[in-house]
Write a protein that binds this ligand. Structure first.
Ligand code: HEC
Ligand code: HEC
Length: 325
């Protein structure tokens, strides 16, 4: 058993002993609610955290000490069907990719710190403590997903997934994107991108998640990059009928990402090696001498920026462009 596995087992044993103790103290009159998954380091609790993130970790979660997420999104708002849908933003084969070097952090990153990356940016919240039952449970869930994925020998390509997004060689146009939004997205995501809550209570999360505004992902999130968003939108949206062209996905992604959203502090510390910064990063600083404006980096055209960066990387013998999730 690897040291990290051994530690997980140990923590799980300690936690379940503690829970058992609690249950005994509760006495016989307490009926266990079959819908409540105990706070234990199990894959099932991890799956629940990814599905019902707003209820369990959101700003209105029942237990105030668990309010780590800054929004009422669920992880599954982006990682569809708790990450089990193959293709874009699938979490099926994610664990074998870690630990690895993260250009954004400038250091090695394991699965727990990758999850916390989404907590602090996509969920606009706080990092979970590294040894928390929650982080371990999510990691266990992702490990289990990967085992099942390998056993199935499946491909990570959804059967009905449209062809992969190829970026048009021009600047993305948010004004055109607004028209596309009104025709294809407004019905679910709302006039102001505010989404639609599942019930009146934000704790229960969204039926249709917000795309911008105070309860959305922040400006340091992967989804805030026009190309990352366009790739996801082309593959998945409108939900159930993803039929946008590359041009439409590109412009609507630009429209969505030109709207106001929460700001993440300290973004200038990201990518300590600026040569490793993705060329479509919408925030600076950029490599010294970079002739492109911040707006160019945000909306393109991307080919000249990519070419400029590829040349500098090769000259510096820096590692190739980072693989994108
Ligand atoms: C039929 C309703 C529907 C339509 C139409 C629709 N979406 Fe969505 N969208 C959803 C749902 C539901 C989710 C969350 C996924 C889930 O719960 O399975 C989602 C998730 C998203 C997300 C990721 C989560 C977030 O809040 O950031 C983005 C981005 C997104 N949609 C963009 C769009 C865009 C752009 C369009 C128009 C081209 C669109 N959607 C059309 C229902 C819809
Ligand atoms: C607003 C959309 C969004 C939400 C919400 C979100 N993520 Fe992500 N996640 C992404 C994107 C986009 C990436 C791809 C990396 C990038 O480009 O930044 C990613 C990557 C990941 C990865 C790495 C996958 C791999 O194969 O390397 C993991 C693990 C992950 N997310 C877990 C989570 C968890 C757990 C939550 C909830 C706590 C969450 N995410 C919430 C958008 C989201």
């Amino acid at each position: 058993m690897s040291p990290s596995k051994a530690r997980i087992t140990l923590i799980a044993a300690v936690t379940s002993a503690a829970t058992l103790g609690g249950a005994l103290v509760m006495g016989q009159s307490e009926q266990a609610d079959p819908n409540v998954i105990p706070r234990e380091a199990t894959a099932e609790y991890g799956r629940r955290l990814i599905r019902d993130t707003a209820a369990l970790l959101g700003p209105n979660a029942e237990d105030p000490s668990m309010r780590y997420s800054g929004s009422n999104l669920d992880c599954a708002s982006c990682h569809l069907q708790t990450g089990t849908t193959p293709g874009q933003l699938s979490l099926l084969p994610s664990t074998p990719r870690y630990p690895r070097h993260s250009g954004r952090d400038g250091q090695m990153q394991d699965m727990r710190s990758r999850i916390n990356g989404c907590m602090e940016r996509s969920m606009n919240g706080q990092a979970l403590p590294r040894d928390s039952v929650e982080l371990i449970a999510m990691e266990l869930y992702l490990e289990k997903l990967n085992d099942q994925y390998e056993a199935m020998g499946a491909t990570n390509q959804a059967e009905d997934e449209p062809p992969v997004f190829a970026w048009p060689n021009r600047r993305a146009n948010p004004d055109v994107g607004q028209v596309i939004y009104e025709q294809n997205c407004v019905v679910c995501h709302g006039e102001n991108g505010e989404g639609l809550l599942e019930t009146g209570d934000p704790k229960n999360g969204y039926l249709f998640p917000p795309l911008w505004g105070p309860d959305s992902y922040n400006d340091g999130a992967g989804m805030h990059r026009v190309l990352t968003a366009a790739r996801f939108i082309k593959a998945r949206m409108p939900l159930g009928q993803p039929d946008l062209t590359d041009d439409e996905a590109y412009d609507v992604a630009a429209y969505m990402n030109s709207q106001a959203r929460p700001h993440k502090d300290n973004l200038e510390a990201d990518y300590p090696d600026l040569l490793r910064k993705p060329f479509d990063s919408p925030y600076g600083p950029y490599v010294e001498g970079d002739p492109f404006s911040q707006d160019d980096h945000k909306y393109g055209p991307f080919q000249p920026i990519r070419d400029w960066y590829t040349e500098r990387r090769e000259a510096a013998q820096a590692p190739a462009e980072e693989e994108r999730g």
